[in-house]
Ligand binder design. Structure first.
Ligand code: IFM
Length: 768
C-alpha cells in the first residue's frame, strides 16, 4: 500500500506575482535544505528587503553577540544579470511576470520572472536544489532571454561573502566570519573560504559553472576576480532577441567542523565530480533520494486537498532540517530556515519534532538523541553551576551544550525583556528523558539504551532528586520556582507539568535500573561505577517520585501550578474568524490572570494519555481551553489532539486547520523569521495520535481513528518495532500492511479496541 499521489497540486507551493511585503515570508516558505545546509528562498539577484540566509547545521559563533548563534555563512547562490549596465532586479525594474514553484516531492525550487525596462522585457529563469544524495552539494541552473530586442549582457556568478546575521532581537547585525581566501582556478572555479570568529571554523565554498553552449553560441568574454569579500565569475556577451542563454553551476560546501581533510581540496574535488556527472544525473539521484525519504513518512488525505498539501508542507520542512547522516546536530526552533532564536535547540525538538522521526525514520531520531547524549558532560557541569546534581540540559542549546539562552530579548510589542526562563525552565530535563524513553518504546533499540540512554535517564533522575525540597508538613516533595510550558507565569511553585514529568523521570529511572539489574548486571555495574550510583540512591528516586506534589483536585481538575486558581479568573470571550482567541497582549497583566499562553496541563494529558480518565481529560480540556490564548505556535496542535480524544472532531479540525497552515498562510504571524518547527511536529502528532488515534498501550500499538468529516481516507506509515507498517483508514475500517523479512512475524495490535495480530505481506482489514 502506498500513499496515492493525489495530484501534482498537493506537492507544490506556488508564488504568483511579486510583493515586497511578502518577500521575507516567501524566503522562509521556499527554504531548501538537506539537513546539513539550509538556504532561504531568496531571489538570486537580491533586493532591498532580502534576508539572504545560508546556514550549516552545527556551525555556531558568538562574536559580539549575547550568546552563540547559527552562522549565516556566505551566500553561494548569488547571480546578477546586467542589461546595458543595469541590473535585473525588482529594485531597478518593473516585474511583469513572476512565478515560483517549490516542488516538495523533489525539493527543487523553480522560478520564472520577466522584468521590463525602457519598454523592453527580459526573462530570467532558475532552478536549484541542495542534493540529498551528497549533502555538500548544491546545484543551480539559470537562463536569460532578452524578449524584445538584442542586448548587451553581463552575467555575474558570485559567492557572496558579505552576509551577516541581520536578524537580531537585541543589538546590531553580526558578521560571524571573516573571508580569509577568495580566488579562482585556471578553469574558472570560484573558491571562497571564511573563518568563524570564535572557534576559527573554516567554511569553504567552491562553484564551478558553464555557460551552456549551443548552436548559436555568442562570443563570450569570461573573467574571474575577487570583489571585496566576494568572488565573481563574469560572462559578457551580446544577446540576440528571443534567444535563451543557459548557465549551470555546481556548488560544493565543506567546513573544518567534524571534517579532518583539507576543506579547499574537498570543495574543489566536489565541484569537479559534480560537473562530470552533470545536472540531469545529479537531479535524478537527488529525486530518487527524496522518493525514498518520502516513502516512509508521507501522509495521504483524501477529500481535503488543502489539508493534504499543507501536511506535506509541514513534513517537507521537517525533512529538510534533518540530516540522515550522524553529524552531531539537532533541529533548532526555526529548523534551517531562519536565524531567529539564534538557531538554538529547545524542548521543541524532543517533545514536538522527535516523535515524527521516531515513528518514521528512527535512525534520524537516534542521531538527534545522540546530540543530547554527547552533551551530557556539559549538562553535568550546568547542573553543578546551578548547585544541582545530575544533568541539567540547557533551555537553549547550540554546539557546546552550555546554556545559550540570551539574557535579553525583545517581546512582541518591541519592548526589551529580561529572559527569566534561563535557569528555571527545568522541564527540558525530563522532556529529553521522555524522548529517550519514547524512542526505546517504539524501536526497542536496546543497544541505544545500554550504550547511551540509561546514563542520560539516570543523570536526569539524579537532577530531579537534587531539585526537590521536602515539605514535612504535608510529607510531600515540591519543586519550587520553575517555569512550566505556560510562559505567562514564570517562577512558579509545583508546576503540574514539571512535577509530573519529574515524577515520571524518577520512577522510570528506578524501573530501568531494576530491569538492568536483572538483565544486564555487568553493564549496570560498569555504569554505576562510572556514575557512582548505588541502589540506595535509586530507592531514593523511587521514594521521591512517589511523593512529588501533584495538584489534582478530587474532581480531577489539575491546577497548573500552586496558586494558579487564586489568579484573576479571566476567560476568553472573543474569537477571530479562524476561531482563535482575541485577548489583551500585555504580559505584565496576563501574569495576574488564569490566562495561559500555550498547552501546559493539556500537553501533560497528551504525553501521558493512559494515565488519566476520559472524564479528567474532558474536565481539564474544558477548563483550559477557555483560558488559553495560543500565543505560542506550540499550542493549537496539542489542544486538537485532546479534542480528538474527547471526540470533539469539529473543534479538533478547527485547531488543525489553524496549526497546519500556521506558516503556510502566515497565521502564526512571524513566518518571515523562520518556520515554527515545533508546530510542524505537533501537527504530525495531531494527525497520527489525534485523527488516526495511534497510541502505545502497554506494549502494543493501538489504533482508534476518528477522522474529520470531510476526510474520505487517511494513509500513513509507521516504523513499529523496526517493521515498516502502512495504514489506511477509510469509512469504518482500518487496513494494515506490514512489510517484514520475517514472514512468521505476528505483530499484536489493537484496532478499534479489538485485539489482532498482523502478519507480514498480507493486508489485514479490521472493521469498527
Ligand atoms: O520553546 C518555545 C517555548 O515553549 C515558547 N516560546 C518559543 C520557544 C521556541 O519555540
Amino acid at each position: 500500500m502506498s500513499v496515492k499521489p493525489l495530484s501534482h497540486k498537493s506537492w507544490v507551493i506556488y508564488e504568483d506575482g511579486i510583493s515586497r511585503e511578502k518577500m521575507r515570508f516567501q524566503e522562509t516558505i521556499f527554504t531548501l535544505g538537506n539537513g546539513y545546509i539550509g538556504v532561504r528562498g531568496i531571489l538570486e539577484e537580491g533586493y532591498e528587503e532580502e534576508c539572504a540566509g545560508t546556514y550549516i547545521a552545527g556551525i555556531y559563533d558568538q562574536g559580539k553577540g549575547q550568546s552563540s548563534e547559527i552562522v549565516n555563512v556566505p551566500n553561494p547562490f548569488r547571480v546578477e544579470v546586467y542589461i546595458n549596465g543595469k541590473k535585473l532586479s525588482m529594485d531597478n525594474m518593473k516585474v511583469v511576470e513572476h512565478r515560483r514553484i517549490l516542488d516538495m516531492k523533489k525539493a527543487v525550487l523553480s522560478r520564472h520572472t520577466v522584468f521590463t525596462d525602457a519598454g523592453k522585457r527580459y526573462e530570467y529563469q532558475s532552478r536549484r536544489f541542495l542534493s540529498l544524495r551528497n549533502m555538500h552539494l548544491g546545484v543551480l541552473r539559470f537562463s536569460f532571454r532578452a524578449l524584445d530586442g538584442d542586448a548587451h549582457v553581463v552575467v555575474k556568478r558570485i559567492i557572496d561573502g558579505t552576509t551577516r546575521n541581520e536578524i537580531q532581537a537585541v543589538g546590531e547585525p553580526i558578521k560571524h566570519y571573516a573571508v580569509t581566501h577568495a580566488s579562482d582556478t585556471a578553469s574558472g572555479v570560484l573558491y571562497l573560504e571564511a573563518r568563524t570568529n570564535d572557534l576559527g571554523i573554516l567554511i569553504g565554498m567552491a562553484s564551478s559553472g558553464d555557460m551552456v553552449t549551443g548552436k548559436f553560441q555568442p562570443a563570450v568574454e569570461t573573467k574571474c576576480y575577487t570583489n571585496g569579500e566576494s568572488v565573481v565569475r563574469e560572462y559578457c556577451f551580446d544577446a540576440r532577441k528571443g534567444r535563451r542563454y543557459r548557465f549551470n553551476e555546481y556548488i560544493s560546501i565543506y567546513t573544518s567542523h567534524n571534517f579532518e581533510h583539507d576543506v579547499k581540496s574537498a570543495c574543489l574535488n566536489g565541484v569537479e565530480l559534480a560537473r562530470k556527472q552533470g545536472i540531469a544525473r545529479l537531479l535524478r539521484k537527488h529525486v530518487r533520494a527524496w522518493d525514498r525519504r518520502w516513502q516512509n513518512c508521507d501522509i495521504g488525505i483524501e477529500g481535503d486537498l488543502p489539508a493534504q498539501k499543507a501536511i506535506r508542507f509541514n513534513i517537507y520542512h521537517m525533512l529538510i532540517a534533518a540530516s540522515s547522516e550522524d553529524i552531531d546536530v539537532s533541529i533548532g526552533a526555526k529548523a534551517l530556515s531562519g536565524e531567529w532564536y539564534k538557531g538554538h535547540i529547545f524542548w521543541d525538538t524532543e517533545i514536538y519534532i522527535l516523535p515524527f522521526f521516531i515513528y518514521t525514520q528512527p535512525e534520524i531520531a537516534r542521531n538527534l538523541l545522540l546530540y543530547r547524549q554527547r552533551r551530557l558532560s556539559q549538562a553535568r557541569i550546568n547542573a553543578k553551576l546551578e548547585r544541582y546534581e545530575g544533568a541539567l540540559f540547557p533551555w537553549e542549546s547550540a554546539a557546546s551544550g552550555k546554556d545559550e539562552t540570551p539574557k535579553w530579548w525583545r517581546g512582541p510589542d518591541g519592548v526589551l525583556i529580561e529572559v527569566y526562563t534561563r535557569q528555571i525552565q527545568h522541564h527540558i530535563v525530563s522532556d529529553i528523558a521522555y524522548a529517550v524513553a519514547t524512542y526505546r518504546g517504539v524501536t526497542k533499540d536496546h543497544g541505544f539504551m545500554l550504550d547511551y540512554g540509561a546514563e542520560l535517564i539516570f543523570e536526569t533522575a539524579r537532577f530531579w532528586a537534587s531539585c526537590v525540597s521536602y515539605n514535612k508538613k504535608i510529607s510531600l516533595y515540591e519543586v519550587k520556582e520553575v517555569t512550566g510550558p505556560d510562559e505567562y507565569h514564570k517562577g512558579v511553585d509545583n508546576s503540574s507539568y514539571t512535577n509530573y514529568l519529574a515524577r515520571w523521570n524518577l520512577l522510570y529511572a528506578a524501573e530501568l535500573y531494576n530491569k538492568f539489574l536483572e538483565m544486564h548486571p555487568n553493564r549496570l555495574k560498569k555504569l554505576s561505577k562510572k556514575m557512582d550510583l548505588s541502589q540506595n540512591e535509586v530507592e531514593k528516586w523511587r521514594d521521591i517520585g512517589n511523593k512529588i506534589m501533584f495538584l489534582i483536585g478530587k474532581n480531577g481538575l489539575i491546577e497548573e501550578f500552586q496558586g494558579y486558581f487564586g489568579k484573576r479568573n479571566d476567560v476568553i470571550e472573543q474569537w477571530d474568524k479562524k476561531g482563535m482567541p482575541i485577548y489583551s497582549k500585555d504580559e505584565e497583566e496576563l501574569k495576574h490572570t488564569q490566562l495561559v499562553k500555550q498547552a501546559d496541563v493539556i500537553l501533560l494529558l497528551h504525553l501521558f494519555p493512559n494515565d488519566f480518565t476520559a472524564d479528567i481529560k474532558k474536565m481539564n480540556f474544558d477548563y483550559y481551553d477557555a483560558r488559553t490564548t495560543h500565543l505560542s505556535s506550540l499550542s493549537p496542535c496539542i489542544y486538537a489532539i485532546l479534542a480528538t480524544e474527547l471526540n470533539d472532531i469539529d473543534k479538533a479540525y478547527k485547531y488543525f486547520r489553524y496549526a497546519v497552515n500556521g506558516d503556510l498562510k502566515a497565521y502564526f504571524g512571524n513566518t518571515e523569521l523562520g518556520m515554527h518547527a515545533a508546530s510542524l511536529g505537533g501537527v504530525w502528532q495531531l494527525v497520527i495520535n489525534g485523527f488516526a488515534g495511534v497510541r502505545v498501550k502497554g506494549d502494543i500499538l493501538s489504533i482508534n481513528p476518528r477522522l474529520p468529516r470531510n476526510w474520505q481516507s487517511l494513509e500513513f506509515k509507521l516504523v513499529w518495532r523496526g517493521n515498516n507498517t502502512s495504514f489506511r483508514v477509510s469509512g469504518d475500517k482500518v487496513e494494515v500492511l506490514l512489510s517484514s523479512r520475517n514472514k512468521k512475524i505476528k505483530l499484536p495490535m489493537s484496532i478499534y479496541n479489538k485485539a489482532c495480530y498482523i502478519g507480514a505481506g498480507k493486508l489485514t482489514t479490521v472493521a469498527k
